[in-house]
Unconditional design. Structure first.
Lengths: 296, 364
């Protein structure tokens, strides 16, 4: 029983974080068919903002809010600098510019801040532990689950009930048609990048909460997770991204518990090979998105 | 065909010029840069074979470079050094010591073999899914290289490779790679593959088996990458898995993208341009650090400039410096223009009678 609770909490907290990461990536991909390699660097931006404002003496929640706002701004800036100029060109061109922009941001952090890890302020809550049904669990796992539930709920509400959400879903289905019916494309795209930045900012805080420090390469891990979760779930479906995130967390946690010690270091290789197998079986991912529309 | 001979002549001349200049100066630093340039040429031409013809971005290329480098390392590290360099090596392999030249070929074959096995199913995917899986493949290869201590010495530096690559071997291999890349481009597979790049549905409709074509190109590309990696290993003589990850991927990709992925000329010129830019920027970084203008060391400047150059090229000239035509075609056209001029005896300012574009150098 205790094992079941332990396993469940592990999967839910890891899956919540993975689902948010994947959602942030897919919300941009759905509309623009654009794989944002610079997505991980938004997490880096949130982390370094925390580091830079840590001396200010503000309450932690205010600092966290500043960090999330910076991630949102960085995300919108990414669109203006790296994607808007090449949006009309080939998929490959967009991929390469986002990869280049990601390298640029990382090296800017190397150059202007430091290659060494920097400590990020964390509230005491993150390091406390609680006992649930006989299982000792770090508080941050529960915070992650709560944050995931709240954000996923809000996101679902936004996509289903508001004009912006409906316009974004229309744009994801058929961008040209949506534009012809009066959906302002630039507003929609900026909104998608802003949501992506918001999710990345929150995930960034939770992710850094596990480690306590930030380095220039911190975004790579979350980026890979988001990639794989979206590919498993279906590149163009929002619910697919969430399911993919939880499924990936389930696979990771199960491998953690079942693999022998000397194979555990190869866990990433196992996970990614599994992903390749899933893609062979279903090249479109588990959940198909809306019918294909043309990219702008 | 004549155009291709011209292309080989021009680009081969360029390589020969680089080698000759380095030999003439006789400075060790230039020798190192020129050898690096030739090895990069092999890698970039390999990436061009796949990416230029199929139009699909592959991140896994550098992973295959690592496969080649480690294969060749295991086969060539002298028997008496193996105990120290690779303490956990399987007993079967402890007695093996091949000549480096054989081992380089073996490295290329090993990379091609790995590519042939793992990539066959992946070639069904297109666009974003193909790119993401190739990225996943790079991570898988990197994870294996970092953790398979028996063969790679884990994340630690592997040392003891005989230094077998000098400027001349690297240059000869680069010339062979140049010829092979052009030959592949004009082969039946290459032509069909480019048809599928330009219109997947039309190419499939005329009977092109696209996954098979892509697979062939991918295997050839991995062969190049493996040979390049093995050459690099015998040049640098000690390395760790970190050398075969995102930083190197970025560098090779920037060479191809700035030059123009669709042409062999683009791959060669891009390698030259980026190598020169990279080395001068690194020298500049070194100068700044030596002068101690700022109290902390400057790192990352080179990558920032290269990334901006890459974005700039993609915005202003999406196809790179040489987008569609090989240099041989451009030279031949220019020569034809001069010939018409001299036959008709018109002054050079008169409008040309042949329907050539105004500025053939930049019309590509």
């Amino acid at each position: 029983m205790t094992f079941a609770i332990q396993f469940l909490i592990d999967v839910l907290s890891l899956g919540g974080a993975y689902a948010l990461m994947a959602l942030g990536l897919v919300v941009v991909f759905g509309i623009l068919r654009l794989v944002n390699f610079a997505y991980g660097e938004l997490i880096m931006v949130a982390g370094y903002t925390m580091f830079l404002v840590s001396g200010s003496g503000l309450p932690w929640l205010v600092m966290a809010a500043v960090a999330v706002v910076m991630a949102i701004l960085a995300s919108i800036a990414t669109d203006y600098v790296a994607f808007r100029p090449v949006r009309a060109k080939s998929v490959t061109a967009v991929l390469i510019t986002s990869f280049a922009f990601s390298t640029l941001l990382q090296n800017a952090a190397l150059l202007f801040i430091s290659p060494r890890p920097r400590t990020v302020p964390l509230p005491d809550m993150f390091s406390q532990v609680v006992v649930i049904g006989g299982v000792i669990t770090p508080m941050r796992n529960l915070i992650t689950i709560a944050a995931a539930v709240i954000l996923l709920g809000l996101f679902a509400l936004l996509m289903r009930r508001t004009v912006l959400g409906i316009a974004m879903r229309a744009a994801a289905t058929n961008f040209t048609m949506a534009r012809m019916l009066g959906v302002p494309s630039n507003v929609i795209i900026s909104a998608a990048f802003a949501i992506s930045g918001l999710l990345a900012g929150v995930v960034g805080l939770l992710w850094i909460g596990r480690i306590g420090t930030v380095v220039p390469g911190i975004g790579l891990g979350p980026l890979l997770i988001a990639f794989i979760a979206t590919v498993i779930g279906g590149m163009r479906s929002l619910s697919g991204a969430v399911i993919g995130g939880f499924l990936l967390a389930f696979i990771d946690t199960s491998l953690n518990y079942t693999l022998p010690q000397d194979l555990l270091k190869f866990r990433d290789a196992f996970t990614f090979s599994l992903v390749i197998l899933i893609l062979l079986w279903r090249p479109e991912g588990l959940i198909k998105g809306p019918a294909t529309g043309q990219r702008t | 065909m004549k155009h291709h001979l011209l292309t080989i002549a021009v680009l081969g001349g360029l390589i020969a010029l680089a080698v000759g200049a380095s030999e003439a100066f006789g400075i060790r630093l230039y020798d190192r840069i020129a050898t690096h340039l030739c090895i990069s040429l092999v890698l970039v031409l390999g990436l061009q074979v796949f990416m230029g013809n199929s139009g699909i971005l592959s991140f896994a290329h550098i992973g295959f470079m690592g496969v080649g480098a480690y294969t060749s390392a295991v086969l060539t590290i002298p028997v008496q050094m193996k105990g120290m360099a690779l303490p956990d090596l399987y007993p079967v392999m402890q007695g093996i010591e091949l000549s480096p030249y054989l081992a380089v070929a073996a490295g290329g074959l090993a990379a091609a073999l790995v590519a042939a096995v793992v990539s066959f199913p992946l070639m069904r995917l297109s666009d974003a899914a193909a790119v993401i899986t190739s990225f996943a493949l790079l991570v898988v290869l990197y994870t294996i290289m970092t953790h398979w201590s028996e063969v790679t010495n884990g994340p630690r530096t592997l040392f003891g490779l005989p230094k077998a690559t000098d400027l001349w071997t690297a240059a000869v291999v680069a010339l062979l790679a140049l010829g092979a890349a052009l030959a592949f481009k004009e082969s039946r597979t290459g032509r069909l593959l480019r048809a599928s790049r330009d219109d997947e549905h039309a190419a499939a409709a005329i009977g092109a088996n696209i996954p098979l074509l892509r697979w062939r190109a991918f295997v050839v590309a991995a062969l190049f990458a493996g040979i390049g990696g093995a050459l690099w290993g015998h040049f640098i003589t000690s390395f760790s898995p970190k050398a075969f990850y995102l930083k190197e991927t970025f560098l090779i990709l920037s060479m191809l993208v700035i030059g123009g992925p669709a042409t062999v000329t683009g791959a060669v010129i891009g390698t030259f341009v980026v190598t020169v830019a990279y080395e001068s920027l690194r020298a500049l970084e070194g100068l700044i650090n030596e002068a101690k203008l700022i109290d902390q060391p400057v790192i990352g400047l080179t990558e920032i400039v290269l990334a901006m150059a890459m974005i700039g090229v993609l915005v202003l000239r999406p196809g790179g410096l040489f987008a569609t035509r090989e240099i041989g075609v451009l030279v031949a056209r220019q020569m034809a223009r001069w010939e018409t001029r001299s036959w008709t005896g018109k002054p050079p300012t008169a409008p040309s009678t042949t329907p050539t574009p105004k500025n053939p150098k930049t019309s590509g």
